[in-house]
Design a protein around this ligand. Structure first.
Ligand SMILES: Cc1ncc(COP(=O)(O)O)c(C=O)c1O
Length: 461
């Protein structure tokens, strides 16, 4: 009956994205000692989801397998092996799907963000404003350009950066804002775009979790200068590892391609007399997606929209069921949100409605009922050791100076983010929200069972 502490330790060590995945699909089981429907499963009762299974995830189909076989046999494994390849086809399909003019595929979401910042010319001594409640990939992209990530606090209950705090964080060095569409829901883009316009800042949307989500009639990723996506294993659109940048400015997207392709342009540079100078034209790492990744993506392309719609319908149902329940507050959506992509169905645990039981006890109890909710990101990125690391780097000291770095350290006080991390009880939604109405009802039933029997939670402490 003891909760497996090895498993818990393991979960604490894996990345944020994977953590959510494990929570929903690896439900611990406990010895049964009672048929009493009100006995919590973790204390020996019958789980709400007894003998029920979630839809298989990651999504897979025969077309992906056929594509992989064909790619293997063809010997065309890299996008540079032919003019038209699976990667270039995916770029066309993904651009069409997201409503962008162009897409450039990359090897991961982190690479898509990094490519975008390099393409916009962001580099040493620049500052980039973003959210502390995101994957390390967002920050990694900023610091690999040797820029400084500057955090704004969260908007309560939305798990998104607070647009009202953005302007306070702008300095003379600020070059860009990376709004993150967290959990798959659009963040509040209208005021963020207005601030960017006023201060002439670039916007790189981190839509790594938000494929096809829409805000005020536009799919996310198209609102700012560039939009970045992840196709990592836990994502709604997945090929294990992968990413893409979308945009509609041809010149900028040509730069994105060049950066992704280790600084090598599609077409050679020529001088004023038409003399060819060469095609290695700027700084760029090598971030190409390969043909195997694109084979898996091509294979699922015509079914992505359908899964997106199913998740939205189920999320609307769950939201309606929980609207008057004070114990869990469902992620706040900003005015203008048309649809969300639902990486997580985010909920905020209100312990005062559960006899003041710690969130960890609630998560254990509901997990035993067969509904794995996750605390997801355990602490905001402002609390992670990389902040101390860059303070010590000679490069950062020379670029920013002692005073600015000290100010920056002091700015890493983000109480709303800390609160959100402590309250999150999120349902990893990519597969679970593809379930039936019966599955959705079981989620609600499990929540209500734990709530009704909240006096039993103290026994788990
Ligand atoms: C919000 C966010 N940004 C960036 C990334 C980085 O993407 P990738 O893991 O594909 O590098 C992720 C992935 O977990 C993410 O969730």
């Amino acid at each position: 009956m003891k909760y497996n502490s090895d498993r818990r330790d393991f979960i604490a060590k894996v990345s944020a994205g994977t953590l959510a995945y494990l929570a929903a699909y690896s439900i611990p089981s406990f010895a049964r000692t009672s048929n009493d429907p009100d006995k919590l499963a973790i204390l020996g009762g019958v789980p709400v989801r007894d003998n029920m299974t979630w839809p298989q995830w990651p999504y897979r189909n025969q077309k992906m397998i056929d594509n992989l076989t064909e790619t293997t046999k063809s010997g065309i494994w890299s996008r540079i092996d032919a003019d038209k390849t699976r990667v270039s086809q995916w770029e066309l399909d993904f651009a069409a799907m997201t409503g962008a003019q162009y897409a450039v595929a990359t090897g991961s979401g982190t690479q898509s963000l990094s490519t975008s910042l390099f393409a916009l010319g962001i580099g040493p001594g620049d500052e980039v404003i973003t959210s502390p409640y995101t994957d390390m990939g967002t920050v990694s992209a900023i610091i690999t350009c040797h820029a400084l990530p500057v955090f704004v606090d969260l908007d309560p209950l939305s798990f998104q950066l607070n647009a009202k705090d953005v302007e306070n964080k702008i300095t003379a060095r600020t070059k860009a804002i990376i709004p993150v569409h967290m959990l798959g829901a659009p963040c509040e883009m209208e005021p963020i775009m207005a601030i960017a316009k006023k201060h002439r800042l670039y916007i790189v949307e981190d839509a790594a979790q938000a494929h096809l989500a829409s805000y005020k009639g536009q799919k996310v990723g198209n609102i700012g200068n560039l939009g970045c996506f992840s196709f990592q294993g836990s994502k709604q659109v997945s090929c294990g590892e992968g990413g893409a940048v979308i945009g509609s400015d041809k010149q900028l997207m040509d730069k994105v391609y060049t950066v992704m392709n280790h600084g090598t342009a599609r077409t050679p540079m020529v001088d004023a007399n038409g003399k060819i100078l060469g095609d290695h034209v700027r700084i760029g790492p090598k971030y190409r997606m390969n043909e195997f990744q694109a084979s898996v993506l091509n294979g699922q392309q015509d079914t992505i929209q359908q899964r997106f719609d199913t998740r939205n319908n189920n999320a609307i149902y769950l939201r309606e069921q929980l609207k008057d329940f004070p114990g869990l507050k469902v992620q706040k959506m900003f005015e203008g949100t048309d649809s969300a992509s639902y990486y997580l169905f985010g909920m905020s645990y209100q312990k005062e409605h559960f006899n003041n039981a710690d969130r960890s006890l609630f998560l254990k109890a509901i997990g035993a009922e067969g509904v794995g909710l996750s605390g997801y990101i355990s602490q905001g990125l402002h609390r992670e050791p990389w902040t101390g690391y860059i303070m010590e780097q000679q490069g950062y000291k020379s670029m920013f100076g002692k005073k600015r770095l000290q100010q920056w350290k002091e700015s890493l006080y983000l109480p709303e983010c800390d609160k959100a991390c402590g309250q999150m009880a999120g349902l990893y939604a990519v597969g679970t929200l593809l379930g039936t109405r019966k599955d959705m009802d079981s989620i609600i039933a499990a929540i209500m069972k734990v709530h009704k029997n909240r006096d039993q939670l103290a026994k788990l402490a």
